[in-house]
Design a binder for this molecule. Structure first.
Ligand code: KG4
Ligand code: ZN
Length: 337
């Protein structure tokens, strides 16, 4: 007899305390996210110690709310999936320990999930995954092109050599006196400005799918600094549009090149920066020129950190027989491959 698989996902790797229940790896029954953004805003970035404290305060309520909203009891759960890494170690530990406690108390199988695998699997909540596929993962901590030949098998074919795309967004936003996190603010300003300022694009060596954003970030800071010294005004809208154009140009060009070279059937967008309207539009436009390659872009709420994506990835790992035990530990530097 086929029976439904209910998985509770738990995510605490950074500044969102999140829990979700997903049915059969695809259907979201609940997706609760308690954001700490307001607490970190005045520091201009996530303060690890504050993040851990908020997770401790929130975790039980968030899990309870996710279970209640889903209308599922613990005895119905097939597994508990938790983000094991990468992320802030103190933050990860809260989720990992909550998951272990519940797994032990209710005797439910435990599955450790890589945060980036979660971002990629957010796509399974909106579309069937077709292999081989390529995922562009762009978040505050990661910028990677990941090739997947089948479920649960990840091959990083390109990654950033310095700043992540989201990190560059946040640093440039800070230089423009925009609040943290700056990505959405730059995105908004960019829609109103013109990309008139000449900024570099780091293509790196021929054939490389790696990225680099620190040179671009420095170029923005230098341009702003020099203008200020000369007493000139730079329109922040134009700077936002120019910066965004440079980031998107490199991200989209490399993604399309890799999609062609690896003959993939699908391209998935993942991570917080996937919420970027400019990126979504440009990728859609360029992908339309490729035959027989489907583009999947999750809705904004599934692009930024959430636990439904962890439950979705966890369901696949559970089906593959992967299990963690009480020795499961937070691993801030966990590798995807
Ligand atoms: O995936 P995520 O929620 O957390 C990490 O795992 O890092 O990504 C957060 C990042 C932040 O750097 C934020 O500025 C960026 O995603 N972000 C955006 C947009 N929305 C969020 N960047 C550009 N445009 C956006 N609309
Ligand atoms: Zn993330």
């Amino acid at each position: 007899m086929n029976h439904d698989i209910y998985v509770l996902g738990i995510e605490t790797s950074c500044d969102e305390t999140a829990a979700a229940v997903v049915k059969n790896g695809k259907e979201i029954l609940s997706n609760i996210v308690a954001s700490q953004m307001e607490s970190h805003k005045r520091f201009g970035g996530v303060v690890p110690e504050i993040a851990s404290r908020h997770h401790v305060e929130q975790i039980t309520f968030v899990i309870e709310e996710a279970m209640n909203k889903a209308g599922v009891s613990f005895s119905q759960l097939s597994a508990i999936a938790v983000t094991q890494g990468p992320g802030l170690v103190g933050a990860l530990l809260i989720g990992v320990n909550a998951a272990k406690a519940l797994s032990f108390a209710y005797n439910i199988p435990l599955v450790g999930v890589h945060h980036i695998a979660g971002h990629i699997y957010a796509n399974r909540l909106v579309a069937e995954m077709k292999f081989p596929l390529l995922s562009l993962v762009v978040s505050g901590g990661h910028t990677e092109l990941v090739y997947m030949e089948k479920h649960g098998k990840f091959q990083v074919i390109g990654e950033t050599r310095d700043d992540a795309a989201g990190e560059a967004y946040d640093k440039v936003a800070r230089a423009l006196n925009l609040p943290y996190p700056g990505g959405p603010h730059i995105d908004r300003l960019a829609q109103e400005g013109k990309a008139t300022i000449d900024l570099p694009r780091a293509w790196l060596e021929e054939g490389s799918y790696d990225f680099s954003f620190s040179g671009l970030k420095s170029a923005v800071l230098n341009t702003l600094h020099n203008a200020k010294q000369r007493g000139e005004e730079i329109d922040p809208k134009d700077m936002a549009a120019s910066f965004q154009a440079s980031v998107i140009d490199v991200l989209v060009t490399k993604t399309i090149q890799a999609a062609k070279e690896y003959h993939v059937r699908q391209v998935l967008l993942a991570g917080g920066v996937a919420a970027n309207r400019g990126l979504r539009t440009e990728l859609q436009k360029q992908m339309a020129k490729l035959d027989n390659v489907e583009l999947v872009i999750p809705p904004l709420s599934l692009c930024t950190d959430n636990a439904a994506m962890i439950a979705a990835a966890g369901t696949v790992l559970y089906m593959q027989g992967k299990r963690a035990d009480m020795a499961l530990n937070a691993n801030p530097g966990l590798e995807l491959e």
